[in-house]
Ligand binder design. Sequence first.
Ligand code: ATP
Length: 591
Amino acid sequence: METMFNVLVEHFKDMENTSKRTELTSILAQLFNSISVDEIDKVVYLTQGKLYPDYMGIELGVAEKTIVKAISKYSGITEGKIMDEYRKTGDLGDAVGNIVKGKRQMSFFSERLTVNRVYSTLDRIARSSGKGSQEIKLSYLLSLLNDAEPDEARYIVKMVLGTLRLGVADYTVLDALAFARSGTKNSREILERAYNLSGDLGLVAATLMKEGEDAVKRIGITIGRPVRPMLAERVPDIKGALEYMENGCTAEYKYDGERVQIHKRGKNVMLFSRRLENITMHYPDIVKISLKSIEVDEAIVEGEAVAVDQNTGEFFPFQELMHRRRKYGIKEAMDLYPVTLFLFDVMLVDGEQLIDLPLTERRKILWKSVKSDEKVQFATHIETKEADKLEVFMDQAITDGCEGLMLKDNSSTYRAGARGFSWIKLKRDYQGELGDTLDLVVVGAFYGRGRRAGAYGTLLTAVYDPDNDLFYTVSKVGAGLTDQDLASFPKLLDPYRIPHRHARVSSNLEADAWFEPVIVIEVQAQEITLSPVHTAAFNSVKVGAGLALRFPRFTGKVRNDKGPEDATTVKELIEMYGNQKKKPMISGTGP
Ligand code: ATP
C-alpha cells in the first residue's frame, strides 16, 4: 500500500510544533509505523531533508529564482508579491503556505500526492543537470505543486530549497527506529553499530524493518560507504593520558588538516570527510596519489590531508585548506594549496574488514599496502610509555607545525563512531589557558557598537548535549574577531537566520539575531567558570549555576568539517572544568 504524502506532512507539522526531544522521537516512531516498509528508507532521508545519505553527494540544485517562478505559476500570484511574503516570513516554504492558504481550490483533475511520487519527482529534479536543466527542474516542481494541498506545497518547497529542518538528528532516527520496531530501545546498540559502519541511516532502517535485527547485525564495511570515524578523548596532561594506555602506547603527530577517508577499488577512488560527505571532487590530487600509492586492489585507509606551502615546505594552517572546499576553481585552489597526505589507519583491505584487529596489526597492514613518497606519508610516530620522551616528541610535533600528539593504545580496535580513551589527543598547553580549544555552535549574535556597528560584533555560542539533543549556551564570543571576520560572518550566518530562538537551543539571553544551530567555530578560553547566566551544564556542577568561559577568543577557525552535533559536548565541558581544577591556575593573565 502506498502512503499518501499528506501522512508525512501531518507528522512533520507535529515534529515542528514540539520542543521536547522525547516527543519528537515518538512522533517519528509513529510515522515509521504508519508507512509501508518499502518506503522506510525514503521517509528517513526525506525527514532529514535529503534524498540520499550525504556521502552520495546528490543535491537538488534548484535555483531560488526557479522556485519563485514555480510558486508564482502554481498560485497565480506575482513573483514580486511572493518575494514580499518571503521577506516577511524568512522562508519561502512558509511564504507559499501563507499565500495559498484558503485561496486555492484543488482542481478536479488533481491526483493526491503519494510519498513515492514526491520522492521520485525530487529525485528526477536532482538528477537533471547541465544546460536547460533549470527549465526541466521547474516543470517537475510545478507538476508536484499543481497536485499539492497548501501544507504539502509548504514542505515540498522547503525540501527543494534545503530549508526543511525538523531537528531530527541521526540519533533521534536510531532511537525512533528501535522504538518503532519493538516498542523498546533494546536494539538501539545494534542499529548504531550498523550505522557507524555503513554511514547510511536509510539502509539500516530498511534492513531492520524488512529483515529484522539479525540482518542489521550483518551490515559491515563496504567500499563506497563511509565508516563513521573513531574519535579521541582529551586528557589534560601526558601522565594522565598514559594511565589509559594499558597495553603499550603509540604517539603520533596530530596534524592540523582535514581528515580524509579514502576508498579505493581498482581504478576508482572516493574520498569522504569527517562528516561523511563525499569530497572526491575537491581533491583530485588525493585521488591521483591514492591510485599511485595504494598498492592493493581494494582498500579503505584514513589520514589527514595537510596543505603544504610549496615555497617553504611548511604546513599551511587548517583555514587555508578550507579554500579547497569550493565548488568552482578547484584547479586554481589545488595549485595554491597542494596537499600531502599523512596516513594513520586502515579499515579494509581486499574484502577483509580489519577494524577488530589491534592498532599495531592494522599499522603493519597499512604500511604493507601503501607505498609512501613525498605526497603520501605515514603519520610520524614513536612507541613509548615514558612521559619524558613524549614531552620531547610533543615539542618536536609543534615545531614541525602540528597541533600536538595523538596517543593511541597499541591493542585498541577501530571503534567506528565512538569517542573513547583508547585515542587521546594532547594539544599545546597555552600558558594560563585551557589545554584544549572548544568547538562551539553559533546560536545567536549581538550587534556591535562603535567600529563594529551594524556587524555581528559578538556571537552567542553553545555546547551540545547528545542525551537530549539540545544546544546550551556557554559563552558570548567577541574577542579574536578580525575585521575580515566581521565582514564575512553575515554571509556565513545569514542563511541560517531565524526570527526567534531555535527550538533546540536553551538560552537565558535574548540575542539580537538568532540562528539555526549549524555553524561551528573554534574558541580558546582561559578558564571555565560557574555562571548564573549560561545554561550549559546547569545544576550539574553546582545547583543554580551553569558553566561559562572566561576570556573566550575566536581562534580564526570556522570548523566547516564539523556538524553541530560534532561540537564540544556538555559532558566534555564538565570534564574540562574538572581537569582544570587539578592544575594550579595562573592568575593575572587576562587578555
Ligand atoms: P579536533 O577538534 O581536535 O580536530 P575532532 O573532534 O575532529 O578533534 P578528535 O578525534 O577529537 O576529532 O581528534 C582527532 C582529530 O585529529 C581527527 O579527527 C583527525 O582529523 C586529526 N588527526 C590528525 N592527526 C591524527 C592522527 N595521527 N591520528 C588520528 N587523528 C588525527
